[in-house]
Design a protein around this ligand. Structure first.
Ligand SMILES: [Zn+2]
Length: 285
């Protein structure tokens, strides 16, 4: 009944958050230490691991890109089932490219107004060829949405086969768009008062701000205690480019006595800084 889950990154082939974390770390390390010697395959995987924090989506992409997504075509070839026809449209063989791209039910989803792949063609030989094209033509925010949509298409197919449920195209793509949010976090420190302000700004893929959190924390004594307990340790605080919004919120947090959360609005004190981060979003969407 249930699909077998195979994860190639841990010794026993079982998925674990730890193995995904180390795979992610490894690719990040490779990125910083490497300039031109990475081949195409490495670049593909590096982008996949950086794309999303969702272990389920990573695992799905890993299976699909290795050609082992348990579609009816695969199960038929392994003689596990005796019918390879798509269970959704009942018209064609259910290969990976069929279920994720060519099936009329998937075409409906990708043709929705907010879909980043609305006018894309249907002439891809297999899923790997399609994904290479998506990676080279879409910027990261849109690629992330497409990854969520593809995962949701596969999940919807499984929900239909195993539970008899089926979501409409509009619900599915809106769900995928909502999944993709950017979280900026920054800290600001007032060493005289021994106070740290934490600033968090959450945006959707269009750059629209959904949540702002400013949290003041008296932690310097805790940090000092930890640092003093470790011989040779020291602490430095570095600013970051492109994180002006979260940095301004962190500074605002220093003036607060308790944590504050703004939903679907931006406090006026930090508005200029939050807006100044916006052009990079607009340019890239
Ligand atoms: Zn179909």
């Amino acid at each position: 009944m249930g699909d077998k889950v195979i994860w190639g990154l841990s010794e026993k082939g079982k998925f674990s958050v730890k193995s995904a974390y180390y795979a992610d770390l490894e690719t990040k390390n490779q990125k910083t230490g490497e300039t031109s010697n990475g081949d195409q395959n490495e670049r593909l995987w590096r982008k996949v691991w950086r794309l999303t924090n969702s272990g389920k989506v990573k695992q799905f992409l890993w299976e699909a890109l290795n050609g082992i997504l348990p579609t009816r075509s695969i199960l038929f070839k392994r003689r596990i089932i005796d019918n390879s026809t798509c269970p959704v449209c009942n018209r064609e063989e259910e290969t990976d490219i069929h279920v994720l791209w060519d099936c009329p039910a998937s075409v409906d989803v990708c043709g929705e107004d907010c879909s980043p792949v609305r006018k894309w063609g249907r002439n891809y030989a297999d899923f790997t060829t399609l994904w290479s094209n998506l990676q080279s033509k879409l910027e990261e925010g849109k690629l992330h949405i497409v990854a969520e949509v593809l995962y949701d298409l596969w999940k919807r197919r499984n929900d239909m086969v195993f539970e008899g449920k089926f979501k409409g195209p509009c619900v599915l793509i809106q769900q995928a768009v909502q999944e993709v949010e950017t979280v900026n976090v920054d800290a600001s420190m007032d060493s005289k008062r021994g106070k740290v302000g934490i600033g968090v700004v959450v945006r959707d893929f269009r750059g629209e701000v959904h949540v702002v959190v400013a949290a003041p924390i008296q932690v310097i004594e805790d940090i000092k205690a930890v640092v003093h307990a470790q011989p040779g340790w020291s602490v430095t605080f570095k600013g970051r480019d492109g994180n002006r919004g979260a940095h301004a919120v962190a500074k605002l947090a220093l003036s607060l006595s308790t944590e504050c959360v703004w939903m679907e609005e931006v406090p006026t004190e930090v508005l200029p800084a939050v807006v100044s981060d916006l052009p990079s979003f607009v340019m890239s969407v």
